[in-house]
Design a protein around this ligand. Structure first.
Ligand code: NAD
Ligand code: UD1
Length: 337
């Protein structure tokens, strides 16, 4: 099976390409390198011994997409490409709706022209808004509190309507919880540009001395230690979830929705402690005010993915932090140019 991976040079896409190769699929990467570097592909080759074809292009370029889908005889698309920084989305809503919503519509239109009818989409637990309780099942009500979240929700709704009108299509919406960790080789990992927005990249940059201390956003939440609780999932488990989805429902027509999480919640201070153990470094932190828009706790009920995809997360918090540390300490400045 040949799989077009939009955003395949990015954090989750690159790890998924490795697992696709391991599972016998042929990935083809389509990425505009807005938030990634082409040297990622060199690392994929180092780890797998295989070369992945790369097309540098934008998902809003329909002609290039149609040409790519046809020339490469693509059977399915995994769609990671998009913008993902919540704070930035508040400042630049147009860019977020254009890349994430318009970009997905152009991609689906191109797939229709090229006769490719299988799509797996990167959604997010952000579509559950502030959940009324935890753990979260797929039938919880959805809502959004910022343009990034709204763009994911809009895409989910567009794809749901489209699948209803085109019942022969297979469309899978994967709602990721909090991806962390890196490939165990230390060759690939998360390489955010500028100051990291997310917890784990920030913690690991404190550990290598790129940042002075971590600001812990709030210690007065109604959680066991007062800090926010999330469902951190190893990026390799997440990658495996895509393979399971392609194999199990990617060939069945219908709309398929799955949470990809572990079902366990960890607090900010749990993560700091786990990282200190993995790295042997002490992580300086200061308690800071709550970050606007943050919720107290969020974790998945991953039972549906296990029942229907035969997939569950198996990697531990220790593996998540050890792998992050290996990547960060061996590549303190991220990928080379
Ligand atoms: P990333 O920024 O590392 O990867 C996204 C890739 O898409 C980058 O390589 C970027 O260059 C590319 N891209 C962006 N806009 C493009 C465009 N218009 N045309 C072509 N390529 C484009 O992000 P990631 O963490 O790997 O996330 C991948 C997907 O998963 C995103 O859709 C994101 O919203 C979603 N997601 C991520 C998280 C997370 O915490 N990382 C959580 C939930 C959902
Ligand atoms: C963020 C996004 C969410 C996205 C998710 C995917 C926001 C508001 N939300 O969620 O849309 O789907 O990533 O991974 O950005 N924290 C600190 N200090 C920091 C950074 C984070 O204390 O410097 C805390 C946060 O308050 C939170 C936890 O760490 O309790 C995790 O934060 P983060 O990694 O940003 O993820 P989310 O907020 O869960």
């Amino acid at each position: 099976m040949k799989v077009l991976v939009t955003g395949g040079m990015g954090y989750i896409g690159s790890h998924t390409c490795i697992q696709l190769l391991e599972a016998g699929f042929t990935p083809v990467i389509f990425d505009n390198l807005y938030n990634s570097k082409a040297t990622v592909n060199e690392r994929i080759r180092l780890v797998t011994g295989q070369t992945v074809e790369f097309i540098q292009g934008d998902i809003r370029d329909k002609a290039l997409l149609v040409k790519t889908l046809e020339q490469h005889n693509i059977d399915a698309v995994i769609h990671f490409a998009g913008l993902k920084a919540v704070g930035e989305s508040v400042e630049k809503p147009l860019e977020y709706y254009d890349n994430n919503v318009n970009g997905t519509l152009v991609l689906v239109d191109a797939m229709r022209d090229a006769g490719v009818t299988r799509l797996v989409f990167s959604s997010s637990a952000t579509v559950y808004g502030d959940p009324h309780t935890v753990p979260i099942t797929e039938d919880f009500p959805t809502s959004a509190t910022n343009p990034y979240g709204r763009s994911k929700l809009m895409v989910e709704e567009c794809l749901t309507d489209f699948q209803l009108a085109n019942p022969d299509w297979s469309i899978t919406l994967l709602r990721y919880f909090n991806p962390v960790g890196s490939h165990p080789s230390g060759q690939l990992g998360e390489d955010p540009q500028g100051i990291p927005n997310n917890l784990m990249p920030f913690v690991s940059q404190v550990a290598v001395g790129r940042r002075e201390y971590l600001s812990v956003f709030g210690d007065d939440y109604p959680t066991p230690d007062g800090t926010g609780v999330r469902d951190y999932i190893h990026v390799m488990d997440l990658a495996d979830g895509h393979i399971a989805a392609l194999q199990r429902v990617g060939i069945q027509s219908g709309l398929h929705i799955f949470n990809l999480g572990t079902g366990n919640g960890s607090s900010v201070l749990d993560m700091v402690k786990a990282f200190e153990q993995a790295s042997g470094k002490s992580i300086a932190y200061k308690i800071a005010p709550r970050r606007p828009g943050d919720i107290a706790e969020c974790w998945a009920d991953p039972a549906k993915a296990y029942a229907e995809l035969g997939w569950k997360a198996t990697r531990t918090l220790q593996q998540m932090t050890e792998d992050t540390w290996r990547w960060q300490s061996e590549n303190p400045k991220g990928y080379p140019e």
